[in-house]
Design a protein around this ligand. Structure first.
Ligand code: TXA
Ligand code: MG
Length: 333
């Protein structure tokens, strides 16, 4: 049985008992819910991979509280990383450093680097502080399914597979943290998120972006996989393909397929009385709503037609990355 408890002294005590026993515990962050385990304990870390059905070559992020001394975990922190950490942490930015090798090698799947994140969510900070341990945690969903932004989402995926979900309400960020490689001369975005490439560039003058090409060596191994995918069929259309999208909707409906359109505000009048789910107006709103809306979409339809928003830069880079991956497409820009 999986328990959902609000974050209190009692539930934290329970979480600590479980973590020290080598079990996993789900906890909230400002981006998505995480499935945490003691990063020093290989058996515990392996349990994360088992519970999620995660491929064992996709490394995990270590989460620590804001006063944790990360020099216990990583070997080199370049000056630009210090500046970025000062500006954006605690917050939705994960930084990859050369590892000291003090946590279990299972965390980074044998890589010599370690991804470190200091979440800003009050509940996450309480949990991490209470344990005072580095907590390895991926998103608390079944591997390749949509990431969870509420305790209910975690339960829907992991009911019976874990003992405890700490409930910290709905995640306000909505998409996973930006992953930034801080092992080179300049920082490089490995996964886009709410801290945009532009924001990093403005702060330290330069920022690269890594684009994975099929068949190549992935610097962020998670990029290889189809992700964030609804269990129903999805089709994605560009904003100027509205007519084709609506034609598909009508044709499928005619066949008796339950169809639904996921869209932003533009073109709403074209939809008429067809069934739709509204993603949001601003990039931040869309990021915050994205996973809950995808979950709503897979529940209510057999075919989810996604109209991609027009905008592409800043936070939208992160939203577009998730949307295209959810639709099984490779993300190229
Ligand atoms: O917002 C988030 O980051 C959430 C919450 C729970 O903190 N966590 C999360 O974890 O999204 P996960 O496991 O779903 O995604 C981790 C990503 C993967 O793309 C993985 O390949 C990359 O980070 N990663 C982890 N360690 C890495 C490393 N040493 N080098 C390069 N990429 C790494
Ligand atoms: Mg994930």
């Amino acid at each position: 049985m999986t328990e959902i408890l609000p974050i209190t002294e009692n539930s934290l005590k329970r979480a600590k008992t479980l973590i020290l026993k080598g079990e996993t515990v789900a906890f909230p962050t400002e981006t998505v819910y995480g499935l945490g385990a003691n990063a020093y304990n290989t058996v515990a870390v392996n349990k994360i991979f088992e519970v999620k059905g995660r491929p064992n070559d996709n490394p995990l992020i270590v989460h620590v509280h804001k006063d944790f001394d990360i020099s216990a975990l990583v070997a080199e922190v370049p000056d630009y990383a210090k500046i970025l950490a000062k500006k954006f942490l605690p917050g939705p930015l994960t930084m990859v450093y050369k590892s000291k090798g003090t946590v279990s090698p299972a965390v980074s799947c044998g890589l010599d680097t370690l991804a470190v994140r200091i979440p800003s969510h009050e509940g996450a900070q309480k949990f991490l502080k209470y344990l005072d341990l580095p907590i390895a945690a991926p998103s608390a969903n079944i591997s390749k399914h949509i990431s969870p932004t509420s305790a209910e989402h975690v339960l829907a995926d992991l009911d019976g597979k874990i003992d405890l979900i700490l409930d910290g309400g709905v995640c306000t960020g909505g998409i996973e943290s930006t992953v930034l490689d801080c092992t080179g001369e300049i920082p490089v975005v490995l996964r886009s998120g709410l801290i945009s490439k532009e924001m990093v560039q403005e702060t330290v003058g330069a920022c690269g972006e890594y684009v994975y090409r099929e068949g190549g060596v992935a610097r962020s191994p998670g990029m290889r996989y189809k992700h964030y995918a609804p269990t129903c069929r999805t089709e994605m259309f560009e904003p100027d393909e509205y007519k084709n999208a609506l034609a598909l909707y009508d044709a499928e409906l005619e066949k008796g397929v339950k169809v639904c359109i996921l869209c932003d505000g533009d073109g709403k009048e074209l939809i008429g009385d067809r069934k739709f789910i509204f993603l949001g107006s601003t990039p931040k709103e869309m990021a915050a709503n994205l996973y809950a809306k995808l979950r709503e979409g897979e529940k209510t339809s057999e075919l989810l037609i996604v109209i991609s928003p027009k905008e592409r830069g800043g936070v939208m880079a992160g939203v577009m990355n998730r949307l295209t991956k959810a639709c099984g497409k490779r993300y190229e820009s």
